[in-house]
Ligand binder design. Sequence first.
Ligand SMILES: NS(=O)(=O)c1ccc(NC(=O)NCCO)cc1
Ligand SMILES: [Zn+2]
Length: 260
Amino acid sequence: SSKLVLSQVHPMWQEPLAIPGGDRQSPIDIVVRKSIFDPQLRPLKVQYDPRTCQQIWNNGYSFLVEYDDTTDKSTLKGGPLEDQFRLCQFHFHWGENNTWGSEHSIDRRLYPAELHLVHWNSDKYSLFEEAVIEDNGLAVIAVFLKIGKRHEGLQKLVGALPAVRHKDSVVEFTKFDPAHLLPENIDDYWTYAGSLTTPPLTEAVTWIVMKQHIEVSHDQLAVFRSLLFTSAEEQLQRSMVNNFRVQQVLKGRTVRSSFT
Ligand SMILES: NS(=O)(=O)c1ccc(NC(=O)NCCO)cc1
Ligand SMILES: [Zn+2]
């Protein structure tokens, strides 16, 4: 387009000075040698139904692939979770280059991007909006992305992104199985009590961070960077890059591992 497109490092938002409570904020650096193996952690049980996939939406922070969460069709249980959780959306965070972009890090190592699969506790609550303010309300699976071979499962999603280039754009997107985006091994993960990494930053999330990454191609990730933070009407268009939050203090929390 003729409009100027800047790829300045765009501060997602001014970090709020204090969060209510603020002792379990996310993301964090996971120090592997300080994580504690918990033999009571069970394998994760992921049951996603591609027919619940509805649309892709550019919300001005990331692009969300949204699922019908009015019934228990796409669910997550097991692992550190006592209850059953319903998939409501997944989205990504990424950088302006392949050096950084993930929200979590492993022994300070950052990845070029990070996938978040967002679920809410449907045993205890009846809406995401209710669960988002409860300390056991949400469960988010995080998967690191690494540059390598092309990810065939991601290609359908990448192909739809130009249709949601601007903030507030939505496009129908159906029959997408998010299980295609999980690594082969989902039994090895770290888990800790944290928060949403974008407003409202509520401390409601049981994080499940996969040890194994997935690979995507340089060109696939470049399409993520072609999205814009700004709506079509705005005079100055800004590239949607660096949409990650700065890492937060651990404040005495324990990170458990499901593997030795
Ligand atoms: N990055 S994150 O911590 O995984 C995250 C997940 C959901 C939200 N919010 C959310 O899903 N709102 C309602 C539906 O969009 C915000 C941040
Ligand atoms: Zn996220």
